[in-house]
Design a protein around this ligand. Structure first.
Ligand code: ARG
Length: 280
């Protein structure tokens, strides 16, 4: 049939793929310690608001057709809401994190239990410090691995051996972007977006080589955690204030959805941090 071409047909057609996510309700969320520059225990947080914001995100995922499971939040682990840090799951294999800071180390056991109880057989506890999808970003067959603040570069070889996929190390240099997922995101299997100011010169060369068509974000969008987004290949969910980045994404044919996660940002996290993807 002809004659139905909409004006936006010059945009790259985007295809959403249904995803499996795990989230953790912020029942015990608070900022009682500081392990990144965003956390100020003196600054009050509103737990009811944090919960409402988190629920909005969960509802949005469901409305977009994705599956969302949850892990029971554990008392005394206020950062467990940042589910992305618990593991990296690729081809149904699970690399359980080894957290850098003692404040978060107990989370790992709950994640290992969660996967074992659900029948996952390859559940491996990382031997070196690695913080799951906080520092591992998967795009197509490639896995990008951030280091410099949290994850130990030696964990890359471990991920490569477990998943049998190439893992590319990237060095983070700005403490405000202490996890890879605060500075870089996968938009689909080939396309990424990143904030260049977060990486050292060599990593920037690597990124330019691997992803010559990457979308570049500016500091303003990075500082409101715009890069901490979740994309299903068509729909991109990102923090409300990242309006510049949202416009760039729409110009590339993505649909953007804004969520307000201001309370979670007080702990240095946003959309992606709250979302662990399970890849079967
Ligand atoms: N307060 C948490 C920490 O510093 C925030 C983690 C954010 N998660 C993420 N995937 N970047 O560990």
């Amino acid at each position: 049939m002809t004659g139905l071409l909409a004006p936006e047909t010059n945009l790259t057609p985007r295809h959403a793929r249904i995803r499996n996510y795990v989230m953790c309700r912020p029942d015990h969320f608070e900022v009682s310690y500081s392990i990144n520059p965003w956390m100020d225990p003196e600054k009050p947080i509103d737990k009811a608001l944090a919960t409402a914001q988190w629920e909005n995100l969960r509802t949005l995922f469901a409305e977009l057709g994705h599956y969302v499971q949850t892990i029971e939040p554990a008392p005394g682990l206020p950062d467990m809401v940042f589910a992305a840090n618990g593991a990296l799951v690729v081809d149904g294999k699970v690399l359980i994190s080894r957290f850098r800071h003692p404040e978060r180390q107990a989370e790992a056991r709950f994640w290992a239990e969660w996967f074992r109880k659900r029948g996952y057989t390859e559940v491996v506890r990382a031997a070196f410090t690695s913080e799951g999808e906080g520092d591992y970003v998967t795009t197509g067959r490639a896995i990008l691995a951030g280091n410099g603040f949290r994850s130990d570069p030696r964990s890359q070889a471990e991920a490569e051996a477990l998943f049998g996929r190439p893992v590319t190390g990237l060095k983070l240099v700005d403490p405000r972007f202490y996890h890879l997922d605060t500075a870089l995101a996968a938009l689909d299997d080939e396309e990424i977006v990143y904030y260049p100011g977060a990486f050292d010169a060599e990593s920037l060369r690597v990124l330019e080589n691997l992803f010559p068509n990457a979308l570049l974000a500016d500091e303003e969008d990075a500082l409101v955690f715009g890069l901490n987004l979740v994309s299903d290949g068509c729909n991109v969910i990102l923090p409300e204030p990242a309006t510049g980045l949202a416009a760039k994404l729409r110009a590339r044919g993505f649909r953007t959805h804004h969520v307000d996660l201001s309370e979670l940002l007080k702990a240095g996290g946003s959309v992606k941090c709250c979302t662990l993807e399970i890849r079967h």
